[in-house]
Design a protein around this ligand. Structure first.
Ligand code: G3I
Length: 452
């Protein structure tokens, strides 16, 4: 028995050394393990007495004998695991990927984590910056750091509320400041949820970005089925915008007056919404005028998606914006993107077009899909690091625009499991800065790195 076990371990170790990369013959990509495999996992801590020393802890769990092999990312041979913590020195500045291979029943699973070393030693959480313990809003000194929330979550008092207060200084209502919520019937407004959000923001010294006065996807049914004349329809819209903007004058810093007016079909015509049908093609300008008349100081935005990825839709947006003249203050690019696109060049093109028009730029609904091709069932380290790099890229582009064009960068959610993307696309997704346990992800540190 002993001999067989020795041969088994020898084969396994030889098997690992023979694999030029993770894709060995029996390699099981993370998240694709079958029940009988054992998933490698490990944690690390930086020595409190020597910042160049890392302690590795093999946290793999499973029934049965399995064999563990380390690669410390230092270019040396793989090392067999030993009981207890493993001490590794990283003296030279750079980025190192640590890999743990676990072999069980002839199958190998892996876990990888990336660390970074700067002149001060191993960077906490992989973030080599000023401390890394400061908040997003403290690090972003030239623009508002935004996210979304819901009235039911704001005062729940839990970690959601605490993170809102500690990390962000701008709040957008995910859905409760839209027409279908604020104006549910022709005879009544319901500002209760909006009031709660605005009240929370005022109590916590946060901006409110109003989203969105007019959106074809959040139009009340009674408006869609309006039976009056076109003139009566326009008067109703004017009353709604005037009432809403006036109510929050001095409390809401900015409004998306119109959201997603452009169709995705060839030439990007205006969507044939009930507003276009009953108020004409210039309904957008009319709505901006209603809002401007209600509050001369509020910042007025046009908001839409695929503004970076689609050059044709971006061009159509700029044509729409140019037609608004001085009625508009800024453009919201929603930034629902992926770890692998759109490119930095495409994102920069959006920024350049807004800046060249002397308008404010709002990266309004940033989330970065880690699983756009549905090839993952869990967030791997590699994909998490790629997502981190994309957050760094997007934040760096935003942070590089001129001060006068800066407004806010809003992420569309706090923690991964609350993202709209999961239901929308129907596959696992981890697009935000915090995981489902409210833990900062590498993406969070990528945001901070984008500010350096
Ligand atoms: O919270 C209530 C719940 O109490 C109720 O039981 C349930 C069923 O009625 O509804 C829940 O509210 C839903 C809310 O999402 C929270 O899940 C609303 O019905 C639903 O309409 C709302 O959808 C929002 C959607 O816009 C429409 O307003 C999404 O959260 C929100 O992420 C999404 O955001 C849009 C932006 O505004 C514009 N850009 C695209 C983006 C994604 O679609």
């Amino acid at each position: 028995m002993i001999k067989n076990k020795f041969l088994f371990i020898l084969f396994s170790v030889l098997f690992i050394f023979s694999c030029s990369d993770d894709e060995g013959a029996d390699y099981i990509p993370p998240g694709n393990e079958t029940p009988e495999t054992i998933q490698a996992s490990f944690t690390y801590t930086v020595s409190e007495t020597d910042p160049h020393v890392l302690y590795l802890d093999n946290t793999t769990e499973g029934n049965g004998d399995f064999n563990s092999i380390w690669n410390y990312g230092l270019g040396g041979d793989n090392i067999s695991d030993v009981p207890g913590l493993i001490e590794v020195r990283y003296d030279n500045e750079g980025e190192y990927t640590i890999t743990l291979y676990v072999i069980f029943d002839g199958l190998t699973t892996t876990a990888t984590q990336t660390i970074r070393v700067d002149e001060n030693g191993i960077c906490p959480n992989g973030f080599c910056g000023s401390g890394g313990s400061e908040s997003l809003k403290a690090a972003a000194t030239t623009f508002a750091v935004g996210t979304i929330s819901r009235s039911s979550w704001l005062n729940a008092g839990g970690q959601h509320t605490e993170i809102l207060k500690s990390e962000f200084n701008s709040i957008t209502s995910e859905y409760e400041m839209k027409m279908n919520i604020m104006y549910p019937t022709q005879d009544s407004y319901d500002f209760s949820a909006a009031d709660a959000i605005v009240g929370f923001a005022q109590a916590n010294d946060m901006h409110v970005h109003g989203h969105a006065l007019i959106w074809h996807n959040a139009t009340p049914t009674w408006v869609e089925n309006f039976t009056g004349t076109d003139a009566e329809f326009e008067a109703m819209v004017k009353d709604y915008i005037t009432t809403t903007v006036t109510r929050y004058k001095g409390k809401v810093r900015s409004w998306d007056v119109v959201n997603e007016a452009l169709d995705d079909s060839s030439g990007h015509p205006l969507r044939n919404s009930v507003f276009k049908q009953k108020m004409g093609d210039d309904y957008i300008k009319k709505c901006f005028q209603f809002a401007r008349d209600a509050d001369p100081d509020v910042l007025l935005f046009y908001n839409d998606y695929n503004m970076a990825s689609s050059s044709t839709k971006r061009a159509a947006m700029f044509k729409l914006v140019d037609n608004l003249g001085d009625l508009i203050d800024g453009v919201g690019g929603q930034m629902h993107i992926s770890y692998n696109g759109p490119s930095a060049t495409q994102i920069q093109s959006l920024a350049d077009g807004v800046v060249s028009r002397n308008l404010k730029l709002h990266f309004a609904e940033l989330d970065i899909r880690a699983n756009p091709d549905n090839d993952l069932t869990s967030l791997t380290n590699d994909r998490s690091e790629a997502q981190r790099a994309k957050y760094k890229e997007v934040v760096a582009i935003y942070n590089s625009i001129p001060l006068e064009n800066k407004f806010a960068l809003t992420v569309w959610g706090v923690r991964d499991n609350e993202s709209w993307l999961i239901d929308f696309w129907g596959n696992p997704e981890w697009p935000l800065l915090f995981d489902s346990g409210y833990n900062k992800k590498p993406a969070y540190y990528g945001y901070l790195e984008g500010l350096q």
